[in-house]
Design a protein around this ligand. Structure first.
Ligand code: FES
Length: 165
């Protein structure tokens, strides 16, 4: 059975397509929507994006596998991406990652029904290191002591992020 977009997602994609002379600039937005609606970017989800935008599957696959924010496998409802690149590492990023692992009961790269924990490369907020991307929301200057509150807040409101698209 092939996947479909919701009517709302179809409207968003159509509106975005109207802004550009070609459909390639809409691939990222369509992938975000596909991941949001179908949980992860399976081969069927990539085919849905390719079919919707009338683009080659290979192009959509290339974009989806280039960016780390796209998930090819099922995972938790919420992804926590803890940066441990140089600025964050120097300011305690690994200690914060360890605190997330302990609080969530997950090792980096693992998922449960609620969360996926990812060790991330630079997320472009080095001046506020160490930092994490929780869904699409940045959390800055994290200390290990704050991790419990961050996770507790996520458990209360599992979708703190704004709309990506
Ligand atoms: S090194 Fe962590 S945001 Fe750049």
């Amino acid at each position: 059975m092939s996947l479909e977009f919701s009517a709302q997602a179809q409207q968003k994609i159509a509106a975005l397509c109207g802004r550009y002379p070609t459909k390639k600039p809409v691939v990222l937005a369509a992938l975000h929507l596909a991941q949001k609606e179908h949980g992860h970017l399976s081969d069927d989800a990539l085919r849905l994006v390719a079919r919707t935008l009338d683009l080659p599957y290979a192009h959509v696959y290339g974009v989806a596998t280039f960016y780390t924010m796209f998930r090819r496998e099922p995972g938790g409802a919420q992804t926590i991406r803890m940066c441990t690149n140089i600025s964050c590492m120097l300011r305690g990023g690994y200690e914060v990652l360890a605190a997330f692992e302990q609080r969530l009961g997950l090792k980096k790269g693992e998922s449960n029904a609620k969360f996926t924990l990812v060790e991330e490369e630079c997320i472009a907020a080095c001046d506020k290191a160490p930092c994490a991307l929780v869904g699409t929301k940045y959390v800055y200057d994290i200390t290990p002591a704050q991790v419990g509150d961050i996770v507790a807040e996520l458990e209360r409101d599992p979708h703190p992020e704004g709309e990506v698209v």
